[in-house]
Design a protein around this ligand. Structure first.
Ligand SMILES: [Zn+2]
Length: 277
């Protein structure tokens, strides 16, 4: 048996569910409980039947914790949906015995570990289309049960005494430009080295060693005349005179554009603009 076999879908008392031993994910139980109260348990847990009436939770360990945190009986919580007051999605404000809807599977230990790992990991690996996300959230009256908050006290609640990433702080990571490939790094390295050499005083492995074209076009020495390309022309063409750098430049910018291309279209959606306060 190398794959999980679906057995049945069942509502199983929490007392019969065991958390996956050594589960490495630390989920946000509070956010899951808010979602359960607002939306109900819309997705079944995936549990492995290990013996009759004993199951190990492969996927949904934090949902199990959230249901346990809700506890038995009527929690007395209601959720606001617009102007409407709705009963809790877990207990329905009725007497309730802690239980979860589960998909029961049979599998071996190895597959059980893989299911637990990938279920935790797969959502980490995804990213967001920020515009689509903003559009979806923008279409809701409130953010209850979405896992998103409205920023609350931001930006006045920044705790400047705490290091970034600590509770009570928010951080903006600003990344400029694109990651460079190895050819680009080699080209930039050569250019940097030559610029440093050019800056060193003469006779200290500077100046004479520098391969950047100087302001010289003709040298006559011992009857030998050397004609060199006009350096101002080289720079004027967007080149440096350094082979590695010029090769790279001609690869990424074969038409020697002086600035990035831009597209103007009357059909393009205007960017979303937020003004604060
Ligand atoms: Zn409840």
């Amino acid at each position: 048996m190398t794959q999980a076999t679906y057995v049945r879908t069942d509502t199983i008392p929490l007392a019969q569910l065991t958390p996956f031993p050594g589960n490495a994910k630390r989920g946000d139980v509070g956010a899951i409980l808010s979602s359960l109260a607002r939306n109900g348990q819309y997705r079944a847990l995936v549990v492995r039947e290990v013996e009759p009436d004993r199951y190990v939770v492969l996927a949904g360990n934090h949902t199990t914790q959230a249901l346990a945190a809700h506890g038995p009986g009527d929690c007395g919580m209601t959720v606001k949906a617009g102007d409407e007051e709705r009963p809790c999605g877990v207990c329905g404000n009725q007497p309730w015995e802690p239980a979860a809807r589960c998909e029961v599977v049979h599998c071996d230990d190895d597959t059980a570990t893989r299911i637990n790992l990938v279920d935790n990991r797969a959502s980490d690996l995804g990213t967001y289309d920020e515009q689509a996300l903003a559009d979806l959230i923008g279409g809701l009256d409130d953010l209850g049960g979405t896992g998103w908050t409205d920023g609350e006290c931001w930006p006045t609640c920044q705790d400047m005494a705490e290091p970034e990433g600590a509770p009570g702080t928010w951080t903006v990571t600003y990344r400029w430009g694109l990651p460079l490939d190895e050819a680009a790094i080699a080209a930039v390295s050569e250019l940097t080295c030559q610029l440093i050499l050019a800056c060193l005083p003469p006779g200290t492995k500077g100046c004479g060693e520098c391969r950047l074209p100087g302001n010289v076009t003709r040298v006559v020495r011992r009857g030998v005349e050397i004609e060199m390309a006009d350096p101002t022309l080289i720079f004027g063409e967007g080149r440096t005179g350094l082979p590695l750098v010029d090769l790279w430049l001609s690869t990424v910018n074969p038409h020697r554009l002086a600035s990035p291309s831009r597209v103007f279209s009357p059909d393009l959606k205007r960017p979303r603009v937020t003004t604060w306060p």
